[in-house]
Design a protein around this ligand. Structure first.
Ligand code: NAD
Length: 449
């Protein structure tokens, strides 16, 4: 392919050298003449192991060149990567100044170019940036339409400085958001040789995933350091603790607990997070990250409450109240907290949960409910018809597959609030009336949070 790359910093110069090595014809563009001059004499503009050798090879075989002229570079290629910087503004906002300037330059070149061209945002940009800034700027400058006259993709970069070439060749995944399938296909061909999952997504998902990744990486480091600080103060070998921690590929280093949905609860997580924070405080170890976990969970419960209240119905039906499916343990169930709060606000509530039926609530749970939340006993019903007759809004509050069957029976004019993504269609949308599955008889609306 003939590829231009705007921005020859850490991301752009590595991509330029690697793509030239892979057999593509690459024109790199930078606003900084020093970087352009470096590449044209076969040297690396940045310090990165192995990069000088690749750039020198690209210059020798004539597949890599650099210029200050974006117009020439775009017109002479069919695919343009934007890998300019996206620095922080003073208030922490993302600055898209370099990106818009690059788009303006690319757009002006596209105005004079008859063939279809694909513009790929490789820079890290927040969700909505491509729809609200990249595409309008390109369209204004080119007087052409995105998705028709030219394509736009989002293709985040996952390399790490110091191992950038190896990371370019072995990414954890390749993510492609695209305005049209022709553009997505072009990028898919470019990366077809990589041994990594290739995921084609909507534009905003491709933008957001890079932020989810980086926030997660930062969170992991801060978490390990807080656990380390607590262990050190308590005289425990923190490296040994985290070594054992990392051996758990089922619950710790795994997709477990990584889907947005219900707040956490139950007899262990709240209690143990509380105790760990108390333990840290007792030793004067500051743990702002661990200390924020319960507050973050409370905030999620408030979001759930808003979702339940948003359809405006006064008669609510909860499918499931235990903190997870197929258990009758109600200790610190976030759903019970929600119900309690909604009850105080005057909502009429029925609860249907085969694992926590009127007949079966007993022992510790019965006394827990009787002491802590006595009004809950009157809300529980084993009679599905009674539940259905009552509920104007049905709230799905745990992931039991049983409730799919219940949902099939839901008739017209009833709202469904899915807090746990048990209804697959809810995952990607907020409100989906008239879905084709017939799940809601085409009338009920569902709100996923
Ligand atoms: P950088 O600052 O090293 O390089 C950006 C380059 O763009 C500079 O050389 C600058 O002169 C050039 N530039 C600015 N405007 C230009 C224009 N209109 N035309 C041509 N060149 C222009 O930045 P970087 O570290 O390579 O990061 C680029 C983007 O990639 C950022 O959004 C960053 O967040 C993201 N990213 C960086 C890394 C990393 O490890 N550095 C990893 C993944 C993603």
């Amino acid at each position: 392919m003939r590829i231009s790359i705007l921005g020859l910093g850490y991301v752009g110069s590595v991509a330029a050298a690697c793509l030239a090595r892979d057999g593509h014809q690459v024109i790199g563009v930078d606003a900084d003449p020093v970087k352009v001059e470096h590449i044209n004499r076969g040297a690396s503009p940045i310090l990165e192991p192995g990069l000088s050798e690749l750039i020198a090879a690209g210059r020798r075989n004539g597949r890599l060149t650099a210029t200050l002229d974006p117009d020439y570079a775009v017109r002479d290629t069919s695919l343009t990567f934007i890998s300019v910087g996206t620095p922080s503004g003073e208030d922490g906002s993302l600055s898209l100044g370099y990106v818009s300037r690059a788009c303006n330059q690319i757009g002006q070149a596209l105005a004079e170019k008859p063939d279809f061209h694909v513009v790929v945002t490789r820079s890290t940009v927040l969700p909505g940036s491509v729809r609200n800034v990249v595409i309008p700027t390109l369209e204004r400058a080119s007087l052409k339409r995105a998705g028709i006259d030219f394509g736009v993709c989002v293709n985040p970069e996952f390399l790490r400085e110091g191992t950038a070439i190896s990371d370019f060749d072995n990414p954890p995944k390749t993510v492609i958001g695209a305005t049209d399938s022709r553009s997505a296909e072009m990028l898919k061909r470019l990366y077809a040789h990589l041994n990594a999952p290739l995921l084609v997504t909507p534009l905003a998902v491709a933008e957001a995933v890079k932020y989810a990744d980086n926030a997660w990486h930062a969170l992991k480091i801060a978490f390990a350091n807080e656990i380390g600080a607590i262990c050190e103060k308590a005289g425990v070998d923190a490296q040994a603790v985290m070594d054992v921690f990392c051996h758990d590929l089922k619950l710790n280093i795994s997709p477990a607990y990584l889907r947005p949905g219900m707040a956490f609860g139950g007899s262990c997580l709240p209690k143990d997070v509380r105790a760990l924070n108390h333990f840290a405080r007792g030793m004067n170890v500051e743990t702002p990250l661990l200390g924020s976990i319960l507050a973050a969970n409370d905030r999620q419960i408030e979001r759930h409450l808003s979702a339940v209240e948003s359809p405006g119905n006064r008669r609510l039906g909860f499918l499931g109240i235990s903190f997870k499916a197929a258990t009758d343990d109600l200790r610190e169930s976030p759903v019970l907290r929600m119900i309690d709060s909604l009850h105080e606000r005057g909502y009429a509530i029925k609860i249907y949960d085969p694992w926590v039926s009127v007949a079966s609530v007993q022992g510790a749970n019965r006394s827990y409910i009787r002491n802590e939340l006595p009004h809950i006993l009157n809300m529980l019903t084993d009679d599905l018809q009674e539940f259905m007759d009552h509920a104007e809004t049905v709230v799905i509050a745990n992931r039991s597959p049983l409730y799919r069957g219940v949902l099939k029976k839901i008739g017209r004019n009833r709202s469904v609030v899915d807090l746990v993504n048990v209804v697959p269609q809810c995952r990607r949308c907020c409100i989906y009336p008239n879905n084709s599955s017939g799940l809601h008889n085409g009338q009920a609306t569902a709100v996923a949070v």
